[in-house]
Design a protein around this ligand. Structure first.
Ligand code: NAD
Length: 433
């Protein structure tokens, strides 16, 4: 099948590469000329394990092509995937401008019957609105049918998830569309869940809101654990053995970030608000997360009279490990506040430093290794649980000017730090001194 994928961000590029890997002829389209130039040379503009290799392989086998011209990509396409961004508007709702722009391009350029698959995360009712928009503008007698196929990949394991996901959700309104989507996706060997379009749209928001709730829940439990001298890691293990709860997504820390949970939870509040429903639980989830992102700052301010002129090393900047994505990363809020309080901040991340330079306050220093960041540091903050950071030899902390560590991701066993001479603060666990 010839497939066009519009948008070559985290979702579009991974989708395009994965579809080419299972044998489809894929054209990836983006308006960002710099990105497309890089992609044509076989270079991935994003860091995602396994992506570059798979991309180069499929380019070499002539199944994967990149272009900035929608007309070129759409020509003869059986299916067009829309995977452009749906960022947050100022009021928290989803910005659908990019999706609508692509819909209008489809109306303008497509000359054959086509299925249009919306992969971008869009509020309930959007697929129907886009269908109406296409129907209104369509001059020729074409069959252009919209299908909702929300994406569940996780940055950092996106390629793995494409081939081993838990389910593929397809919301459609005709047997024909279900059949085509089933045919496309069958080689992935992942269970396909067919449903109506509105439910498919809602599944995406409900899934992200539920996962965000799990995180905020365990973080609140962690905050209580600290006050009652319990250990949240033990508590998470203990409750996770109950299969109704499950042991995933119960990692206490400094909250969620990234391009999805923050914006999708807010967008779901908006969706609920439009139908006069006050989603109180979700409001709590969002508020807890905001406070949690600032927890290390509170802990620091309780521990020290002032942070002025203190050399603080920050280890990990990306919103989570194995990605270079800095969107809504806790490091943004934390570095800004530390600089405001007069601290000398030195940061290190194995992959996200280039992206970090675009969003972090300018007055911080970038180190080229963990050791360099820790040199002369009076405090170390761990914000992302990269393997490289989890594997730090604790001797490295002992070489700091003063070995005081605030770990926002519980990277180390408390036992390994006992009697080490390192002062270690983590989340939901007793302080080790
Ligand atoms: P992104 O910002 O990384 O990429 C979007 C791309 O679309 C950009 O490269 C941009 O240049 C391109 N674009 C914008 N308008 C275009 C147009 N008219 N024609 C061609 N290209 C255009 O976004 P992303 O993180 O890949 O997310 C895309 C969608 O998928 C969003 O709705 C997001 O909520 C959803 N989603 C993201 C993730 C994730 O982990 N990033 C996971 C699941 C779902």
């Amino acid at each position: 099948m010839k497939i066009a994928v519009v948008g070559t961000g985290y979702v579009g590029l991974v989708t395009g590469v994965s579809l080419s890997e299972i044998g489809h002829q894929v054209w990836c389209i983006d308006i960002d000329t710099e990105k497309i130039e890089m992609l044509k040379k076989g270079k991935s503009p994003i860091y995602e394990p396994g992506l570059s290799e798979l991309m180069q392989k499929n380019i070499a086998q002539n199944r994967l092509t990149f272009t900035t011209k929608h007309s070129e990509g759409f020509q003869g396409a059986d299916v067009i995937y829309i995977a452009v961004g749906t960022p947050e508007n100022e009021d928290g709702s989803a910005n659908l401008t990019y999706v609508e722009d692509v819909a209008l391009k489809i109306v303008e350029l497509v000359t054959q019957d086509t299925i249009v698959v919306i992969k971008s995360t869009v509020p309930v009712g959007t697929n129907n609105r886009i269908q109406d928009l296409i129907n209104q503008h369509k001059e020729r007698d074409l069959r252009i049918e919209i299908v909702s196929n929300p994406e569940f990949l996780k940055e950092g394991t996106a390629i793995y998830d494409s081939f081993h996901g838990d389910r593929i959700v397809i919301g459609a309104s005709s047997k024909y569309a279900f059949k085509i989507l089933e045919e496309i996706n069958k080689p992935f060997g992942i269970p396909i869940f067919q449903t109506d379009i509105r439910s498919a749209e809602m599944i995406k928001y409900a899934a992200n809101a539920f996962l965000a709730t799990k995180i905020s829940f365990i973080n609140e439990i962690a905050n209580i654990c600290e006050r009652v001298e319990a250990d949240v890691e033990e508590v998470a293990r203990g409750i996770g053995m109950d299969q109704r709860i499950g042991n995933k997504f119960l990692k206490a820390g400094i909250g969620y970030g990234g391009s999805c949970f923050p914006k999708d939870t807010k967008a779901l509040l908006k969706i609920a608000g439009v139908v006069d429903y006050d989603f109180e639980l979700l409001k709590g989830v969002i508020m807890v997360n905001k406070n949690q992102q600032e927890l290390l700052l509170q802990k620091l301010n309780n521990r020290f009279d002032t942070l002025k002129d203190k050399r603080i090393a920050i280890l990990g900047l990306a919103f989570k490990p194995n990605t270079d994505d800095m969107r809504e990363a806790a490091s943004i809020v934390i570095t800004e506040e530390l600089v405001n309080q007069g601290a000398n901040v030195v940061v290190y991340d194995p992959v996200a430093m280039e992206n970090a330079k675009k969003v972090l306050v300018p007055s911080i220093k970038y180190a080229s290794s963990v050791e360099e960041a820790l040199q002369e540091a009076e405090v170390a903050l761990i914000l992302t649980e990269w393997d490289e950071i989890k594997k730090i030899d604790i001797e490295s902390f002992r070489k700091m000017k003063t070995p005081i560590v605030f770990d926002g991701r519980n990277c180390f066993d408390l036992e390994s730090l006992q009697k080490s001479g390192i002062e270690y603060h983590s989340i939901g666990r007793p302080v080790v001194k």
